[in-house]
Design a protein around this ligand. Structure first.
Ligand SMILES: NC(=O)C1=CN([C@@H]2O[C@H](COP(=O)(O)OP(=O)(O)OC[C@H]3O[C@@H](n4cnc5c(N)ncnc54)[C@H](O)[C@@H]3O)[C@@H](O)[C@H]2O)C=CC1
Ligand SMILES: Nc1nc(O)c(N)c(N[C@@H]2O[C@H](COP(=O)(O)O)[C@@H](O)[C@H]2O)n1
Length: 292
């Protein structure tokens, strides 16, 4: 029996069951376009609400169990979305390396954990990486981790969403297309902000492309603008279906990338309802839905 790959993560089915009420439907009806995909906001932060110690610095917050949880979430969504700042800072992989084990948390061989999701082709449970990059800040190459994983058949090629006027060099576009990725053009400029897409537009575009569920991982600008409804009060109604946040027992101190959205109109607090707290190793995972 083959041993587990060295970067393998294991997530017990018992813990997956606790998350299920907050996840998109397991067996969606079909792959037809939808108005808006099921949208999960998910990230890890410190006790002082930092998602990175400093701007531009890749920072580990999640312990092994909550990291496996995040990778499980990746298998449960059609797409995973980040902003250009995160792509530049982290060179992320944005694939899933988890296997869900029915009983034990420490299997040792591939046969024990049912590698490939119980016989499915591996790519069916991988999310499509989406990078919001209106101005083309992310200078990806064939060596970027997400491209290498796609080339190795361990993930999908990324979709890079740029503004209509942004130049993407031919060679770069080819790098994407060779691994099944593509450049998507979407108008910016709502709210006079040329560096941002409207969230309704982003989610509508993804729905039109057949994406039925998306997990939004970050970074700071993306999370804060999503929680603020993209700055457009009309937009925030129903943008986010579920929130799953890992809280790590550490303080980073001032100067980090902090989740702290602008105040809502009238100064009301933004709050979660239907809350569930799940301890995972030394972290705790908070699940909820945005109260309206
Ligand atoms: N702990 C965690 O769970 C995570 C931490 N991070 C960290 O976050 C940091 C990066 O965060 P940021 O610099 O804030 O960059 P970011 O990843 O939020 O990207 C911001 C960029 O996204 C683009 N964008 C397009 N449409 C947008 C919209 N509607 N709203 C907001 N941005 C939009 C803009 O070009 C903007 O400059 C990194 O250090 C990374 O390590 C990132 C993801 C998860
Ligand atoms: N859940 C979570 N915990 C952390 O500690 C993190 N640093 C992140 N970061 C997010 O995961 C991406 C990296 O993913 P790969 O392991 O390279 O696939 C990173 O870009 C952030 O989106 N998340």
């Amino acid at each position: 029996m083959p041993p587990l790959p060295p970067d393998q993560l294991i997530f017990p089915a018992s813990q997956a069951a606790l998350l299920e009420p907050y996840l998109p439907p397991l067996h969606p009806q079909n792959a037809n376009p939808v108005n808006k995909p099921f949208t999960t906001l998910t990230y890890a932060h410190s006790l002082d609400a930092s998602i990175a110690t400093l701007p531009g610095v890749r920072t580990t917050l999640s312990g092994p169990q909550s990291k496996a949880m995040t990778h499980y979430l990746r298998t449960r969504h059609d797409a995973i979305l980040i902003g250009a700042g995160t792509a530049v800072a982290d060179d992320p992989g944005l694939n899933s390396r988890v296997y869900v084990h029915p009983t034990s948390s420490s299997p040792s061989t591939a046969a024990e954990v049912g590698v490939g999701g119980g016989g499915e082709p591996p790519l069916t449970s991988q999310p499509r990486p989406i990078i919001l990059d209106p101005r083309g800040r992310w200078e990806f190459t064939a060596e970027s981790k997400v491209i290498r994983l796609a080339a190795a058949g361990r993930g999908h090629g990324p979709w890079v969403v740029v503004a209509p006027g942004t130049v993407v060099e031919e060679g770069r576009r080819e790098v994407l297309e060779e691994v099944g990725g593509r450049v998507i053009r979407l108008a910016t400029g709502q709210n006079q902000d040329q560096d941002r897409f409207g969230w309704k537009d982003v989610l509508g575009m993804l729905g039109g492309e057949g994406i039925r569920s998306v997990m939004i991982e970050g970074g700071g600008e993306v999370i804060n603008s999503l929680l603020a409804g993209g700055g457009d009060e009309e937009e925030d109604e129903g943008l986010v279906d579920a929130v799953i946040v890992t809280i790590a027992p550490t303080w980073f101190g001032q100067g980090g990338v902090v989740v702290s959205p602008p105040k809502l109109k009238g100064g009301e607090a933004l709050r979660l309802r239907d809350v569930r707290w799940c301890p995972l190793g030394e972290d705790v995972v908070l699940c909820g839905r945005i109260a309206r």
